[in-house]
Design a protein around this ligand. Structure first.
Ligand code: NAP
Length: 246
């Protein structure tokens, strides 16, 4: 059975991706932040994944920390047997206009959103090389493609992910490892629930489909990118935004 490791999978898009990949027949390794409440949420996601008849286990690690990623990848390999798909989904926002953004907010977002992708690919790629196959999907954002006021930290991290995705695709293509990115637009999750109704309405004016996306609509594209149907797709960024950029 193939195994998919999904970071930040205790809620939102990550939880939805984990469940979709379980439905597709993957055993699922569910990463969550260390801590009781995160573990509880991750255990509930694992329970839902097991309903599809696959193995699902939870692995605590702060993915911004290099050593914790190294330990987690070792544990996943030992307990699940292989890592066939990696989805780098964990992410945070700490929004404010550049004039008011402190160094702490900038560094924190870069560490969780960008450094984590390096940490995870650095430790997972050798495993995939030994297996002679693997697929990686990195969760970027439309903010990384077009910028977004109040998100200079977040936009920087998500733009960097696109460069990292294309580089890893070029470095590992000959090893039968694909690496792609998805760039979601405005998606209904706890991350966007905190925005004011006024801002939500305003954002929708730029969306051709005039609605927010659902986490399932991100999970279905990730499901394709890690499937055999996408075996010749690498180094691509797929925007999932209801037509935001047109
Ligand atoms: P979310 O509901 O806040 O979920 C993010 C997940 O990442 C949570 O489970 C969170 O755990 C986890 N996480 C945060 N820091 C972590 C760390 N250091 N180590 C391990 N896990 C960590 O957000 P979401 O909307 O589902 O976002 C998922 C991804 O999609 C993010 O990369 C985000 O940037 C991207 N995205 C979202 C949207 C959108 O509109 N929602 C649009 C474009 C891109 P806790 O709950 O414990 O913090």
């Amino acid at each position: 059975m193939a195994t998919a490791l999904v970071t930040g999978a205790s809620q939102g898009i990550g939880a939805c991706i984990a469940k979709r990949l379980a439905q597709d027949g993957f055993d699922v390794a569910i990463n969550h932040l260390p801590g009781d409440s995160d573990k509880e949420k991750a255990l509930a996601v694992a329970q839902e994944c097991r309903a599809f008849g696959v193995k699902a286990e939870c692995f605590a690690a702060d993915v911004s920390k290099f050593d914790q990623c190294e330990d987690m990848v070792k544990q996943v390999k030992e307990q699940m047997g292989s890592i066939d798909a990696l989805v780098n989904n964990a992410g945070i926002t700490k929004d404010s206009l550049l004039a008011r953004m402190g160094e702490d907010s900038y560094d924190a977002v870069i560490a969780v959103n960008q450094k984590s992708v390096y940490n995870m690919m650095k430790h997972v790629c050798p495993v995939m090389m030994k297996q002679k196959h693997g697929s990686i999907v990195n969760v970027s954002s439309v903010a990384g493609l077009y910028g977004n006021p109040g998100q200079v930290n977040y936009s920087a991290s998500k733009a960097a992910i696109i460069g990292m995705t294309k580089t890893v695709a070029k470095e590992y293509g000959r090893k039968n490892i694909t690496c792609n990115a998805v760039a979601p637009g405005f998606i209904h999750t706890p991350m966007t629930d905190v925005l004011s109704d006024e801002l939500k309405e305003k954002m929708l004016e730029a969306v051709a489909m005039r609605r927010y996306g659902e986490p399932e609509e991100i999970a279905s594209v990730v499901s394709f990118l890690v499937s055999k149907d996408a075996s010749y797709v690498t180094g691509q960024v797929i925007e999932i935004s209801g037509g935001l950029s047109m």
